[in-house]
Write a protein that binds this ligand. Structure first.
Ligand code: ACO
Length: 362
């Protein structure tokens, strides 16, 4: 009898050349290049190129002028539905009927619209859209995104957002990437694959709850004593947000890189975050000596995004913008396999029976 692997833990379903976190060593490499060598040195669009094309290609083109079709009041819902709508609007064909080159170009066009839709949604329906000639003054995809959102962004905020997007661009076989690959494996179009991945990311167990770190930082700012706060939280059985990881048994490499970025940018909350981190690591090491509980990506991402004046309510959508890179690379890789993803389940329901034995039969 085959064994059920709940949550597919430990199941190796694909071979990939894109990335897989180095769990013990605490490193993350995109096609072999350490993210710490990319962040701050290679703009996000070229990192997109590295992930999708395997080289520093121009990667993402500028987003096309396309007004956000839905304003629901929830940025994630807006971007997910708008991405799906690109298929009929642009006449995108199923991946099954598309060449690899065309699929790659459609992914670039569609993925960059994710950033545009997030920017437009964040700007809100009350403000006029920023004219395209203003957006065209930008020198990078991230600058275009920030202009579309804010009109005239602080260049240091652009740097912070670019650093965040690169460090969160790809992370192996997580739930949203798996979802994108499954949809792509059915031969569906790229807009369906990407919008499905956005839906998978929206859950709190994946990308839906990163703002909780900031709430803890705010509490420490209020009380002024990180060590006492950490003890109090752990004594009452609470978890410290931004610490621990399902995969890494070392520091999350993205935390390391984003800590450096926060320091370089002189983020106003750097010091209080550092004090929180120091107190938390000391206390966790004492209380859980057998387990490595180190800082995870969400901790320093919160500080970097906060510095860029990204509201906590938008953190999940920023994660979406970043991960369009990894999703696109995986969707293309999946398409090239030509293989439908179709696992099995072990049936544990009722034995064969007739309809009249089922409750509700008239
Ligand atoms: N604070 C305090 N204790 C913790 C923490 C934490 N952040 N993380 C784990 N522990 C403790 C648990 O209480 C548990 O103790 P026990 O054995 O006495 O019950 C032990 O460490 C193991 O915990 P698990 O939940 O089994 O560890 P797992 O690896 O499954 O969890 C997770 C990983 C969910 C991220 C966890 O560390 C956590 O809840 N962290 C806080 C939330 C957070 O930062 N989430 C973002 C993760 S990053 C990302 O998803 C992109």
């Amino acid at each position: 009898m085959s064994e059920v692997k709940h949550g597919l833990e430990g199941v190796v379903a694909f071979e990939t050349q894109i990335a897989e976190p180095d769990k013990e060593g605490g490193a993350l490499r995109y096609r072999g290049v350490d993210i710490d060598d990319l962040v701050g040195r290679v703009p996000f669009e070229n990192v997109w190129g590295l992930l999708v094309d395997g080289r520093f290609s121009p990667g993402l083109p500028p987003a096309e002028p396309f007004p956000l079709p839905v304003h629901s009041g929830d940025v994630r819902v807006d971007v997910q539905s708008a991405l799906a709508m690109l298929a009929p609007a642009w006449g995108l064909q199923p991946l099954l009927d598309t060449t690899d080159d065309d699929a790659r170009d459609q992914l670039a066009r569609t993925a960059v619209m994710g950033l545009s839709f997030v920017a437009q949604s964040a700007r809100g329906s009350g403000l006029p859209m920023v004219p395209e000639h203003e957006v065209d003054k930008a020198e990078s995809v991230v600058e275009r995104f920030m202009i579309r959102w804010r009109g005239d962004p602080d260049p240091r905020h652009v740097k912070a957002v670019d650093a965040y997007l690169t460090s969160a661009a790809e992370h192996g076989m997580n739930a949203s990437t798996f979802t994108g690959r499954v949809v792509a494996s059915t031969g569906a179009d790229v807009a369906a694959s990407l919008s499905a991945a956005v839906g998978a990311m929206s859950g709190p167990l994946h990308g839906g709850a990163p703002s909780r770190v900031l709430a803890m930082i705010e509490e420490i700012e209020r009380t002024g004593d990180a060590a006492a706060y950490v003890k109090r939280m752990l004594d009452s059985g609470e978890r410290l947000m931004g610490f621990g990881h399902r995969v890494y048994r070392a520091e999350d490499p993205r935390a390391r890189t984003l800590r450096r970025v926060a320091r370089e940018l002189d983020a106003p909350r750097y010091e209080v975050a550092e004090a929180f981190e120091k107190a938390a690591l000391a206390e966790l090491a004492e209380r859980k000596p057998d387990r490595v509980l180190a800082t995870n990506v969400e901790f320093w991402a919160a500080i970097v995004l906060d510095f860029a004046e990204v509201p906590a309510s938008m953190f999940t959508s920023m994660f979406t913008c970043a991960r369009t890179a990894g999703w696109s690379a995986h969707i293309l890789e999946q398409k090239k396999t030509g293989r439908l993803v179709r696992p099995s389940a072990m049936y544990a329901g009722p034995a064969p029976r007739t309809p009249d034995t089922v409750a509700g039969w008239q």
